[in-house]
Design a binder for this molecule. Structure first.
Ligand code: CAA
Length: 282
């Protein structure tokens, strides 16, 4: 039975994942090498839970219990007795592989190790461990506390039992796990990123302004955010990195990142997190 969940990486995704598990009754240890990042995570989680309390979807007592189930740690050594681990560190293949090798030596051999990667091969990550059958992708969507989807990625060696366990956990989190095979970008980003990229091409070619492009997709297709607003929300650097994975992994020029997107990243215009992307943020 899963009681104690380790979450590694306390950025946007990691803190949302930690919050979601804690809200659903799991004990959670959130790990990050940066004390400042952990402090930011604590504040973000507090604010998000506060919004639910304001809305009346969470009681103040449940908020306090959720916070009491969460603890913050500077080293993965705190995860030696974890029953399940979700990694949400930087999107770099080598960093993830090094972490999984360390985790493999640390946690009990039967424990499933999940990665929140949005596009790096689960097979590649699992291959550095002695338990590739218990390594899978658990790709949450941002903002994690609100979005019902978790993409579950089956690596080449991932077992049926590991996939079933992850699917059951998603149910316990009030989310739906959808299985995807280990191909570049899985399902979500294979479809989302070409749409965002095409929106940037349309902007570059002057087909429409950013506002026009976003309005067409919001009003015409009922998307909650237009593709350029969504790109700012995700981070333009993240979009380029995922497009590069699609381009290299699938070899089709249709996945090449739009030159305007690359130029904005080179200029440090990364979207919301840098204060400027397709739009200006205060
Ligand atoms: N925690 C708790 N509540 C939150 C929250 C959070 N983290 N973020 C927003 N909310 C609440 C707001 O307080 C607001 O509450 P009220 O309705 O009571 O005011 C409500 O959610 C709606 O928020 P907003 O009014 O700010 O804006 P919105 O109506 O546009 O909803 C949204 C926000 C849910 C993010 C919506 O715009 C949306 O669904 N956008 C698309 C998100 C998306 O596509 N995510 C996937 C990105 S891709 C990805 O994550 C994977 C990848 O690999 C790149």
């Amino acid at each position: 039975m899963i009681q104690l969940v380790g979450v590694i990486g306390s950025g946007t995704m990691g803190n949302g994942i930690a919050q979601t598990f804690a809200q659903r009754g799991f004990g959670v240890r959130l790990v990050d090498v940066s004390a400042a990042a952990l402090e930011r995570a604590r504040t973000t989680i507090g604010k998000s839970l506060g919004k639910f309390v304001e809305k009346g979807t969470l009681s103040a007592a449940d908020r306090d219990e959720t916070l009491a189930r969460l603890s913050f740690h500077g080293s993965i050594d705190a995860l030696a007795d974890a029953d399940y681990v979700v990694e949400a560190i930087i999107e770099q293949r080598d960093a993830k592989r090094a972490l999984f090798a360390r985790l493999d030596a640390l946690v009990r051999p039967e424990v499933v190790l999940a990665s929140n990667t949005s596009s790096i091969s689960i097979t590649d990550i699992g291959a550095v461990t002695t338990r590739p059958a218990q390594v899978l992708g658990m790709h949450f969507m941002n903002p994690v506390p609100l979005m019902p989807l978790v993409e579950l990625i089956r690596g080449h060696s991932t077992s049926d039992a590991s996939m079933a366990l992850a699917e059951d956990l998603c149910r316990q989190l009030g989310k739906t796990g959808i299985a995807a095979s280990d191909y570049p970008g899985f399902i979500a980003n294979r479809i989302l990123m070409p749409m965002i990229n095409e929106a940037v091409f349309a902007l570059m070619e002057g087909v429409g302004t950013a506002e026009a492009i976003d309005s067409v997709m919001k009003l015409g297709m009922n998307h909650p955010m237009g593709p350029l607003t969504l790109a700012d929300f995700i981070g333009l650097d993240v979009c380029v990195a995922i497009l590069d994975v699609l381009h290299q992994g699938l070899g089709d020029p249709k996945y090449r990142a739009c030159p305007l997107l690359r130029r904005m990243v080179a200029a440090g215009q990364l979207g919301r997190k840098s204060g400027r992307g397709f739009y200006q943020y205060a």
